[in-house]
Design a binder for this molecule. Structure first.
Ligand code: FES
Ligand code: FE2
Length: 372
């Protein structure tokens, strides 16, 4: 049985519990097209709840349980109509908040399906699966570059991964895997990784790792994106924001351009990525990532080339993480190690445990971070 088919709820030393009182990306905004009568909704399971997502005639995104209250048909088999989402079986129709608006030939009042708070912000549709009274859109992670279309150009993508959302976060906060998992792609030159200066610190709700590699040769991915004169100064900045986001900023420029003083300067190679892993279940997740080019905006090939460089590396990570999850599931109580280089991973796990406590989740095991 694959992880994805396991429906049971689980929690143990190495399997993170789900945290309902939090905002997660349910879909990129453009996965829910502009309203069109007869359009198809999107089915997606989040925190073990099968959901149906759609954009109503009022233009607002909505999320309902994927279960008609009449005879239990999945609403995702229905279609979008003026009054909401119409069940494909007998035509009962539900508005974005779950109220029944049409009950053919009968009174619609007193019928409803469960709706979930949704907020659309910076090109993503965010959902709150917990107590609706606690849902405050002000708590949604900020990623303003999505909206700065004159300065940044993004490509939005999605990948299902058969592992816990936190294994994805761990992977992103761990650069020591680059030379091994990505040896054939973005791994780069090992001696320059060793020489890198790295600062790792806790933040209010997560962890941040900034790594400078000065006066080093540009890796092939960078050279393809931009012609450099010779050696470059580069920085990788990864910030984990609990529970499920990593904000990445990568920059590189010719030596001597003042990279340290101003890493975000025009003319530099600038890449921004929002990584977000929404739990589908305890052991599977939806990996959303947006790859942003801040250096060749008017070149339609630039974004495609960048994406084509990065995407294969994410597939390399996916293979490792899914294998890791399968092994962990064989004996979830067996301890894992934290090495000295795993400080950012440890900080991120501590931040998650603190977030879970604040959110009221039953985080029985802060897990491996406790060993640091
Ligand atoms: S099952 Fe949905 S209207 Fe009958
Ligand atoms: Fe990776």
């Amino acid at each position: 049985m694959s992880n994805r088919q396991r429906g049971e709820s689980m929690s143990s030393r190495n399997i993170k519990p789900l945290i309902p009182n939090a905002w997660y990306i349910a879909a990129w905004s453009d996965e829910l097209p502009e309203f069109e009568a007869g359009g198809k909704p999107l089915a997606r399971t989040i925190l073990n709840r099968p959901l149906v997502l759609f954009r109503g005639a009022n233009g607002r995104a909505a999320a309902l349980e994927d279960r008609c209250c009449h005879r239990g048909a999945p609403l995702s088999l229905g279609m979008i109509v003026d009054d909401g989402l119409q069940c494909g079986y007998h035509g009962m129709t539900f508005s974005g908040d779950g109220r029944c608006t049409v009950n053919p030939g009968e009174d619609p009042s007193d019928h409803w399906v469960q709706g979930f708070p949704v907020a659309e912000k910076q090109r993503a549709v965010w959902i709150w699966m917990g107590d609706p009274a606690l849902a405050d859109p002000a708590d949604i992670v900020e990623f303003p570059w999505h909206d700065r279309t004159g300065e940044w150009c993004f490509r939005y993508s999605y990948m299902p991964i058969d592992c816990s959302f936190m294994l994805v976060m761990d992977n992103l906060m761990d650069l020591t895997h680059l030379g091994y998992v990505h040896g054939r792609t973005i791994g780069g030159t090992p001696q320059f990784h060793v020489a890198a200066e790295q600062e790792t610190k806790r933040t209010e709700n997560g962890a941040r790792m900034v790594r400078w590699t000065m006066n080093s040769p540009p890796p092939p991915t960078f050279s393809k994106a931009m012609p450099f004169k010779g050696m470059i100064d580069r920085m990788a900045d990864f910030e984990y924001v609990a529970p499920a986001s990593v904000i990445q900023f990568t920059t590189a420029m010719d030596v001597g351009r003042g990279a340290r003083e101003n890493p975000d300067q025009p003319g530099a190679l600038r890449i921004r990525i929002l990584h977000h892993a929404t739990p589908e279940s305890e052991t599977t997740c939806h990996y959303f990532f947006s790859v942003g080019n801040g250096y060749r905006l008017n070149d339609p090939d630039a974004n495609r080339n960048l994406f084509d460089e990065i995407y294969p590396t994410f597939l390399e990570d996916k293979a490792i993480m899914e294998g890791q999850q399968r092994v962990i599931l064989r004996d979830p109580e067996r301890p894992l190690l934290i090495r000295e280089h795993d400080t950012a991973v440890a900080y991120a796990n501590r931040a998650l445990a603190a977030f879970a406590r604040r959110a009221g989740a039953q985080d029985r095991q802060p897990a491996m971070a406790a060993t640091v």
